[in-house]
Design a protein around this ligand. Structure first.
Ligand SMILES: Cc1cc2nc3c(=O)[nH]c(=O)nc-3n(C[C@H](O)[C@H](O)[C@H](O)COP(=O)(O)O)c2cc1C
Length: 297
């Protein structure tokens, strides 16, 4: 009987549609190797040309519907990160997430990472000045960045988008610039205030909300993109169960990324994989048969 979880994403074969979202497990390859045993792909922490310290603590706050973070893209330099990633055990597809402030930064990055199977462009971090969202909102810059990276690599290039932009308009720009797919979405702007000190908790004041709270928002972004673009969509935001994965695929996602849920369960990839197989067996379908099915009238 069918019930295959395998998906094809821009020419890459993923054993299942489950991807580790960028930044969740920091910049150590041992964490990626552990998740890679059950994931279809892992995405690294975003990396730029030079090392970045990020914001002071507190930069990650737990709250009842997920997580609030303003890490500030803390990461080693591309050169140091490439040394670390050379220890990746290749048990699944490896996507290296890149950040920069201009096309000239982005285009210098792919050559550092021969071990990457694909690249993800962080055009959507909501809490880093002159990076991420600040550039991802500018359609001309998005086009230039994608073209610059595509001119330096033959590997698939995905653009990671945000709720805080005209996501459909930027999605179309990505398609025009020949991106191989889009990721929707990064964290949603938010904050928390400590009622004793009466001050914002995050050192950066403002951060990004992830986890369950943003799932309906992310799902709608995937839905809207699927209506308007033809390149693959990778859904991300608030996925905590196999049912969430099915919803995202029905809305139009070819694959999904899981982030914050890992803070609560280290085995989530394995358990979602098994539950998805059981669900598909009931219907005798493959996961790829479900992509975008909710749009059919
Ligand atoms: C602590 C933390 C660090 C993150 N770092 C990055 C990053 O470096 N690059 C990036 O594109 N997204 C980063 N994200 C966003 C996630 O990749 C993901 O888009 C977001 O958390 C929504 O997914 P989730 O609800 O499953 O966590 C980070 C999120 C968290 C919680």
């Amino acid at each position: 009987m069918s019930a295959s979880l395998e998906v094809e994403l821009a020419g890459l074969k993923l054993r299942n549609p489950l991807m580790l979202a960028s930044g969740i497990l920091g910049s150590k390859v041992s964490s990626l190797n552990r998740i890679a045993r059950h994931a279809g792909a892992v995405v690294t922490k975003s990396v730029g040309l030079n090392a970045r310290e990020g914001y002071k603590n507190p930069c990650v706050v737990n709250w009842r519907c997920g997580i609030l973070n303003a890490v500030g893209l803390a990461s080693p330099s591309a050169e140091d990160f490439a040394k670390e990633l050379s220890k990746f055990e290749k048990n699944c597809v490896l996507v290296v997430s890149l950040y920069g402030s201009k096309p000239e930064d982005f285009e210098k990055l792919p050559e550092h990472f021969p071990m990457a199977d694909a690249f993800e462009l962080n055009l959507s971090c909501p809490h880093a000045e002159k990076l991420g969202l600040e550039i991802g909102r500018d359609p001309d810059l998005v086009k230039e960045i994608i073209r610059a990276v595509k001119s330096k690599t033959d590997k698939p290039v995905f653009a990671k988008l945000s709720f805080h932009m005209n996501i459909v308009e930027i999605g179309k720009v990505c398609e025009e610039a020949k991106a191989d797919g889009v990721v929707a979405i990064n964290t949603v702007k938010g904050m928390a205030i400590d009622i004793v000190s009466r001050r914002p908790i995050l050192s950066n004041v403002s951060g990004g909300v992830s986890g369950e709270a943003i799932k309906p928002i992310a799902l709608k972004c995937v839905w809207d993109l699927f209506e308007e673009i033809s390149i693959p969509i990778i859904g991300c935001g608030g996925i905590t169960s196999w049912k969430d994965v099915v919803e995202f695929v029905l809305a139009g996602a070819t694959a999904v990324q899981i982030g914050s849920a890992l803070f609560y369960s280290g085995h989530i990839f394995k358990s979602i994989e098994e539950s998805l197989k059981s669900y598909l067996r009931i219907y005798g379908e493959n996961i790829s048969d479900l992509i975008g099915q909710a749009h059919k009238v």
